[in-house]
Ligand binder design. Structure first.
Ligand SMILES: Cc1cc2nc3c(=O)[nH]c(=O)nc-3n(C[C@H](O)[C@H](O)[C@H](O)COP(=O)(O)OP(=O)(O)OC[C@H]3O[C@@H](n4cnc5c(N)ncnc54)[C@H](O)[C@@H]3O)c2cc1C
Ligand code: SF4
Ligand code: SF4
Length: 1002
């Protein structure tokens, strides 16, 4: 950290109760958002209270620094980026208070919209404006960008919902803004007077602009000066994008959740036909009308097989329309009329479907909600870029404007995806560009200007829903014409020194859209061993020559395919912020959900490594404790890898970050110990009675806590009297079977070997019952997941080498590898190929299966015996994160669901928060419970006495937190075959007392 940043950090930490971060790494994590831009802040403040905001603004005033408010940083136009002090509200200021039976709600600016709606649902209410990013976006940003979404036709935009707000002004004063009279002898009165004067001065221009229905950006006067002379200052502030004041909290109006909703999908052979038909459909009281082009429909088909059946291949465009009503009969009638109407004339839809059923309706809506983020999945150099994605024309001009925009794209030899809120003429157009190429960076500028010309020609506007930010502010002087002067007067009235978010929305100098781009053409030299993976790119070599400094080099430790793959992986993260989601439909990212800090988000990891690879950070930064802190905020659950719209391999990035730290600093003692817990267990298994005495003993647990960082609050699993490997050897299962037929090799892993050999026995019984040969390779060791998660690449590689040797040999002998521990399967299928660049790793990966999945596959081929005893029991099943990655269809519950009279209740409430040995550590104990709390609570209230899961760590957490005896599905299945009678005792075990856990979290 340079001396200026150090001083700012020291000063601000003295006056702010929240967090202040000015180190290089933290600043790099906040240098980007979901846009194509990068600007590194001087420092980041995470305020806890309004007083913190005031103190920061006062400090910025004293030191002449700019301030940039930020929510989740998911803006697509760089609107929250800047070189000054960044205020991140999303961490602490998240309170939501429902007022007056839910008719209004008071929200702190960092509250996420989805959480506001979750709180309102109990009152039958919702917040109307529905930006597609509502599971991420904060209310401060919703108000600041005047957000709206597909239901604009019904709910309007944020501007239509505001009652009042508290705002810290550029001079550091905290004001409550509502409706104020210009005669008030208060600061609010002064602002009201100023607005009235400016309005008077530019009255005719403002009146002319008011006529435009698309006018939704910038400083807006319409509807602000009321008939009684009051000025609605709160309304005026909405949409001002952090340039006039910093919103602390606000009171906003809500609306009732609609009783019934009907949705129709209409398919067209031409894009402009769809746009024209939308006009006709609008006459039938639509509340939403979205248009998707052929390319988006294709992505939808690839995203979900259900869409492949739903969307006709010949469709060039699709309209999604929604109507709402109090009676289902009325909805049916109106949907039929819309379909009839749209089937007529030259622009007729050639096919249509509709529904009033909630599940189908949600599926139809998932089309646009899930497909737009998937645009990020485009691999290769050209990607759809957001910069001209927020334009609107009057809806009746949409068909003609679309044709002109396509001509403009063609002239520039560009293609683009098209998504439109056709009902209100709004267009999201993302041209495909490769921003690493200078000519495409130029093209970006040309397209931005030329498309704006088309929009203006059709009486439309740019920047109507998303912020103008760094992408579009440069177009506003031309858009506003003479009215631009009024914008300047407003800025002077509120923030004469341009303290707040300068360079956005209004400014004397507004950057071109191709300035401050993320540096995609810069990568330092990257090598592995003595092999160069990426030679330093030209701009980096030139920079190093100019500064006369040695060329930066990074040696990586995992297997990255030759070429630029390591840099490519980090660049694939476009910063969309989806991994900060609070949606209950997703699991990513358990760590972020518990922490709310940017560094806990998956994208922070990509930003950190990209910072180093692009030379923004030094390679040495990776050896700093701050880098370790960021990397440690990931416990390798792999949920982000499957849920990220761009499929960024964050766990691998984290593996590299951790390995870099360990390479310089070595392993901390607790990581070293936990990575070798199997060796300790091997010793303990020689004298299990003594080991168990120690495990149960208070003193030894206290000692383990103090010396090795193992939480004394955890009940460690006892050591079995005989390990599974010994049991298997006695039965000669450790010998290869030369005969043919179906045969499996069992990869046992730590827990089933040392703590619960009954899992292995149950598997052996099931296999025997089905006549499947079993081999338990004797040379195997535990999977080494704890080493991988700790960044102990060398240690993990040793383990992988040993296991791969025996398992690859088994595959060559005709065996299929199966494992009962999900983490072990993940190692075989995913982690080992990251560590070992050899054929064995791929051979084993391709031939390994999780045990339940293996058995379920057999069942589907009718090769599994179904002579199962009835088991009239209910069980609550949790799918472990690692299995969710390997087998999204969850074979385990389906398998035990075959048992007659056996009821499986699947609990989907996220991760248990245990993450292997992570949750065993004292430093992680509280966080582990916090992460797992939704699941623990759901398990507690599930009403079933017993739980089931495949993962041993999840089992420990469920038993510890929810007090439910937790069994492996394999044991239950063996029991149903009548082959594991002793399980009866476990099924009968009474609940465990969990008061201690509840107390911990209070
Ligand atoms: C795939 C995708 C789809 C999108 N769809 C929509 C959509 O349907 N509708 C829509 O409206 N937007 C949409 N957006 C744009 C974006 O998500 C929104 O602009 C969103 O509101 C940003 O929220 P955020 O919390 O991440 O804000 P940020 O990006 O952090 O900030 C947004 C702006 O708000 C300002 N701000 C934040 N907090 C405050 C505060 N307390 N006081 C003053 N100013 C503040 C910032 O300075 C910045 O100007 C989409 C973006 C993506 C990537
Ligand atoms: S990791 Fe994925 S979800 Fe997260 S910001 Fe990057 S691209 Fe978006
Ligand atoms: S692997 Fe899990 S903990 Fe790590 S960043 Fe991804 S979702 Fe978060």
């Amino acid at each position: 950290m340079d001396s200026e940043r150090q001083r700012i950090q020291d000063d601000l930490r003295g006056v702010v109760r929240g967090e202040v971060l000015c180190d290089d790494i933290s600043c790099q994590l906040y240098a980007t958002d979901a846009s194509i831009y990068q600007m590194t802040p001087l420092g980041v403040v995470r305020p806890r209270t309004a007083a913190d905001v005031i103190a920061t603004v006062q400090y910025a005033t004293e030191h002449d620094l700019a301030i940039h408010p930020r929510g989740s940083g998911s803006g697509v136009s760089g609107e929250s980026l800047g070189n000054g002090l960044l205020l991140d509200f999303s961490c602490f200021m998240r309170r939501v208070t429902i007022d007056r039976d839910g008719a209004t709600v008071t929200v702190q600016c960092g509250a996420v919209l989805a959480e506001v709606n979750a709180a309102l649902a109990a009152y039958g209410r919702t917040y109307g404006p529905d930006p597609a990013t509502r599971s991420i976006t904060t209310m401060g940003s919703v108000l600041s960008t005047n957000a709206s979404g597909s239901h604009y036709l019904r709910s309007g935009s944020a501007r239509d919902t505001i009652e009042s707000m508290r705002v810290v002004m550029a001079d550091g004063n905290l004001l409550t803004l509502a409706k104020h009279h210009p005669d008030e002898p208060t600061p609010q009165g002064r602002l009201a007077r100023g607005i009235v004067e400016i309005e008077n001065q530019f009255h005719s221009l403002i009146a002319a602009r008011k006529a435009s229905p698309n006018s939704r950006s910038g400083y807006r006067f319409d509807g602000v000066i009321l008939d009684d002379g009051h000025v609605d200052l709160a309304k005026f502030m909405v949409g001002t994008q952090g340039t006039l004041g910093i919103i602390v909290d606000a009171v906003v109006r809500t609306e009732p959740i609609p009783t019934h909703r009907g949705v129709a999908l209409l398919f067209f052979r031409r894009l402009d036909s769809a746009a024209r038909c939308a006009r006709r459909a609008l006459m039938h009281g639509l509340v939403a009308c979205d248009l998707m082009d052929r390319r988006l429909l294709q992505i939808a088909r690839e995203t979900d097989s259900r869409f492949a059946d739903l969307l006709p291949r010949e469709a060039e465009a699709m309209l999604l329309v929604e109507i709402q009503g109090e009676s289902l009969g009325d909805l049916y009638d109106r949907l039929a009329i819309i379909r009839q109407e749209c089937a007529k004339g030259p622009d007729a839809a050639f096919a249509a479907v509709d529904t009033v059923r909630p599940s189908e309706r949600d599926l139809y809506w998932a089309l646009s909600r899930r497909v737009i983020p998937r645009l990020y999945r485009f691999k290769g150099s050209d990607a759809p870029q957001p910069f001209t994605e927020d334009i609107a024309v009057p809806p009746d001009r949409l068909p003609a404007a679309l044709i002109d925009i396509q001509d403009t794209l063609q002239r520039n030899q560009a293609t683009a995806t098209v998504f439109a809120h056709a009902g209100h003429g709004q267009l999201h157009i993302r041209p495909f560009l490769n921003l690493a190429k200078p000519q495409d960076r130029e093209k970006l500028n040309d397209l931005s200007n030329q498309i704006a010309e088309v929009v203006w020609k059709h009486g439309g506007e740019v920047s109507v829903e998303h912020a103008a930010g760094l992408s579009r502010s440069h177009l506003l002087p031309r858009q506003y014409g003479q009215l631009w002067q009024a914008m300047g007067q407003i800025k002077r009235l509120f923030d004469s020194v341009h303290r707040l978010n300068p360079g956005k929305l209004f400014g004397a100098v507004l950057q071109k859209p191709n300035e401050n781009l993320r540096p995609l053409d810069k990568t330092i030299e990257v090598s592995r061993g003595n092999r160069t993976l990426i030679a330093a790119e030209k701009p980096v070599v030139e920079d190093s020559g100019i500064a006369s400094k040695p060329l930066a080099q990074l040696e990586v430790f995992q297997i990255w395919p030759p070429g630029g793959s390591v840099a490519q992986v980090t660049r694939e993260c476009n910063g969309c912020g989806r991994c900060r989601t609070h949606s209950s439909a997703e699991r990513q990212c358990p760590m972020f959900r518990a922490s709310h800090r940017e560094e806990a988000s998956p994208r922070a990891k990509a930003n950190l490594l990209r910072g180093v690879l692009s030379g923004q950070l030094k390679v040495d930064n990776l050896a700093e404790d701050r880098a370790k802190e960021v990397a440690d905020l990931c416990f390798n659950c792999h949920q982000c890898r499957v849920e990220c719209p761009a499929s960024v391999n964050i766990p691998k990035i984290v593996g590299e970050l951790k390995a870099q730290y360990v390479a310089t600093n070595g392993l901390p003692l607790s990581d070293l110990l936990l990575g070798r817990i199997d060796t300790i267990a091997a010793v303990a298994s020689q004298i299990p009675w003594l080991a168990n005495l120690l495990i149960r003993g208070r003193l030894s647990r206290w000692l383990a806590d103090r010396l090795f960082g193992l939480s004394a609050a955890r009940e460690l699993p006892l050591i079995a009297s005989e390990t599974f490997m010994r049991y298997a050897a006695k039965r000669r299962w450790t010998k290869l079977n030369p005969h043919g037929g179906l045969k499996v090799a069992y990869f046992v892993d730590h827990f089933a070997n040392y703590h619960d050999p009954d899992i292995g026995r149950a598997l052996a019984e099931i296999l025997q019952h089905n006549g499947i040969g079993l081999y338990v390779p004797s040379g195997q060791v535990a999977s080494g997941m704890a080493r991988i998660s700790a960044g102990d690449i060398k240690g993990a590689r040793r383990v992988a080498r040993r296991n791969l040797r025996v398992l690859a040999e088994a595959v060559r002998q005709g065996y299929t590898i199966i494992a009962t521990e999900p983490a072990a399967v993940l190692c075989l299928k995913h982690e080992y190929p990251n560590l070992m660049d050899d054929q064995d790793a791929h051979l084993v990966a391709e031939n390994s299966f999780e045990a339940c999945q293996f058995l379920w596959n057999l069942h589907q081929e009718s090769r599994l015996s179904l002579d199962l005893n009835t088991l009239p029991t209910e069980i609550a099943y949790h799918q472990p994160c690692h299995l969710r990655v390997l087998d999204p269809d969850a074979a385990g519950p389906k398998l035990i669901g075959l048992i007659p009279k056996f009821e499986v209740q699947q609990i989907e409430a996220g991760c248990t928060g245990m993450a292997g040995t992570w949750g065993l550590q004292r430093k992680n104990y509280r966080n582990s419970l916090r992460v797992g709390w939704p699941l623990i609570s759901a398990m507690r209230s599930a009403g079933n006495r017993t739980a089931a899961t495949e993962c041993s760590a999840c089992k420990m957490q469920i038993e510890h937190g929810a007090g439910r005896k937790t069994l492996h599905p394999i044991k239950l299945f063996a029991y149903a075959y009548g082959r594991l009678p002793k399980l009866e005792k476990e099924l009968d075990t009474k609940k465990v007392d969990t008061k201690k856990v509840s107390d911990t979290l209070k």
